[in-house]
Design a protein around this ligand. Structure first.
Ligand SMILES: Cc1cc2nc3c(=O)[nH]c(=O)nc-3n(C[C@H](O)[C@H](O)[C@H](O)COP(=O)(O)OP(=O)(O)OC[C@H]3O[C@@H](n4cnc5c(N)ncnc54)[C@H](O)[C@@H]3O)c2cc1C
Length: 449
């Protein structure tokens, strides 16, 4: 069994940011698939674009080649940017592709179990170098696993992708009774361009969902099609569907979606029809049926019903730590969005969201690198729990969708506290004028030398 200081699981944006910031420790990065980029590689359709402006979704030390271009980059451009970042900083040498972590074991001492620092003494990382976690890695889907030991693990398996969330249906009303084809967006994104077109062309397509993937898909179907139905939970007035909660709640829960260019054109042409689906629905032989007894006919039903990212954690984190991953409220307690106070020598990157998840992940990895290098200590477990509880209360106050762990309403304050803990100034601009009048961006958080 090999032993290294740092193991990183996942090579999406979070895993890449972690690998870059922890590069001096020669981390081992395990990536289940054969490529970098996570959701941008595996959950994208031909129409998928970033909905954060590119200069916000940018590593602080690696500007987009065309950062002043105000268009939203396509997923292909994002993947190019990420691959170029990895090549530029020589990160690929750390990554083992087709290497899925299938089990994690805790091999530390009992004393570590009680929290990140065992009572305010910081993570037990620097003093002694010893294995705390063992990780089983399955390569190329072979039957055998290889074990690797680490002193510190960074979990970057992502909140989305990999595990589709499939709704429960009443008895005899599931996909089995439907005569057409049912698939999840995750399956749709695996199709080649031709296959995807063939699947929807000339067909009645019902897209179940209301978030970004559902909207993109509805437009894609409408463009190559006669008609598609989008079941829409956050509806539009114009189409006779009145929103049931204020816009701010979407912002506070990171659920805003920027509509694709052709959305209204296709809707106005009648190629996208809406059905408010806050009520329950199920399948019938010819399509889907709603609680109000209305029926939609369909040849294809696409479930844009989201992902169960927490299952990925539940599958690999051992007990008793698995039970600490989530509070009963369904939220993950993460100090500085990164450390679960009850789990020693482990960090989680990519589990809190903001308007730019890349920036959020990168800054927290800078903080993590300094923590691991003992540049500051963690507070006591009690203090960390107090802080995470306070943040959860803020999220609960701002949106009923608080379980998403979105910090958009206090992300600058969150970053300020992180800077202060790292010993950086939280005033990041070069002048008072910019401080007052220009927005904060990733580049404001470049290294302080
Ligand atoms: C359609 C879509 C659009 C989005 N648009 C935006 C946007 O505009 N702006 C924004 O800020 N955010 C957006 N997001 C959120 C997006 O998830 C984040 O921005 C970011 O890409 C997440 O990166 P990540 O590395 O945390 O997770 P992921 O991208 O999910 O990467 C996780 C990686 O871990 C690997 N992995 C998982 N389990 C294992 C295992 N057991 N062993 C080894 N490897 C494993 C996976 O293969 C994957 O490569 C969007 C998400 C989706 C799905």
């Amino acid at each position: 069994m090999s032993f290294s200081k740092i193991g990183i699981i996942g090579a999406g944006i979070s895993g890449l940011a972690a690998a870059k910031q922890l590069a001096s420790h020669q981390p081992m990065v395990f990536e289940a698939t054969d490529s970098l980029g996570g959701v941008w590689k595996h959950c994208s359709f031909k129409s998928t674009k970033l909905q954060t402006p590119r200069c916000d979704y940018e590593f602080s030390d690696y500007p987009w080649p065309t950062r002043d271009n105000s268009s939203f980059p396509s997923y292909v451009e994002i993947l190019e940017y990420l691959n170029s970042y990895a090549t530029n900083f020589d990160l690929l040498k750390f990554v083992s592709f087709n290497s899925k972590v299938v089990e994690i074991r805790f091999v530390g001492h009992h004393i570590n179990v009680l929290g990140g620092g065992g009572g305010g003494e910081g993570l037990s990382t620097a003093a002694v170098s010893q294995p705390i976690w063992e990780v089983a890695v399955q390569t190329d889907q072979s039957d055998t696993v290889q074990w690797h030991a680490f002193e510190f693990l960074v979990i970057c398996t992502g909140k989305y992708g990999d595990v589709p969330k499939i709704p429960d249906f009443p008895h005899n009303k599931g996909p089995e009774v439907f005569g057409g084809k049912v698939l999840h967006t995750l399956d749709y994104s695996k199709l080649e361009k031709e296959e995807a077109t063939q699947l929807v062309q000339g067909k009645k397509v019902v897209v179940i969902g209301y978030k970004k993937s559902a909207i993109d898909l509805a437009v894609e179907c409408a463009e190559s099609n006669q008609e598609s139905y989008l079941t829409w939970k956050l509806p539009l007035n114009k189409y006779g569907l009145k929103p049931d909660h204020p816009f701010e709640e979407d912002y506070a829960s990171c659920q805003m979606a920027i509509l694709p260019e052709n959305f209204f054109t296709e809707a106005d042409k009648g190629k996208i029809a809406f059905k408010n689906s806050t009520s329950k629905w199920w399948f019938w032989e010819g399509g889907v049926e709603f609680e109000d007894k209305t029926k939609l006919e369909a040849d294809v039903v696409v479930l844009a019903t989201g992902f169960d990212g927490k299952k990925k954690l539940r599958d690999i984190i051992p007990q008793p730590f698995r039970s600490f991953v989530e509070f009963p409220s369904g939220m993950m307690p993460l100090y500085r969005g990164t450390i679960n106070p009850m789990i020693p020598n482990m960090a989680f990157v990519g589990y809190i969201e903001s308007v730019s998840n890349l920036h959020t992940a990168e800054l927290r990895c800078k903080w993590l690198a300094r923590l691991i290098d003992n540049q500051f200590k963690l507070p006591s477990v009690e203090k960390m729990l107090e802080q995470t509880t306070k943040e959860m209360e803020i999220m609960k106050k701002t949106t009923r969708f608080y379980r998403r762990s979105c910090i958009s309403t206090f992300s600058i304050n969150h970053s300020d506290e992180i800077c202060q803990e790292m010993g950086w100034s939280s005033w990041r601009k070069k002048s008072w004028f910019s401080e007052a009048f220009s927005p904060y961006m990733s580049q404001d958080y470049q290294e302080e030398i």
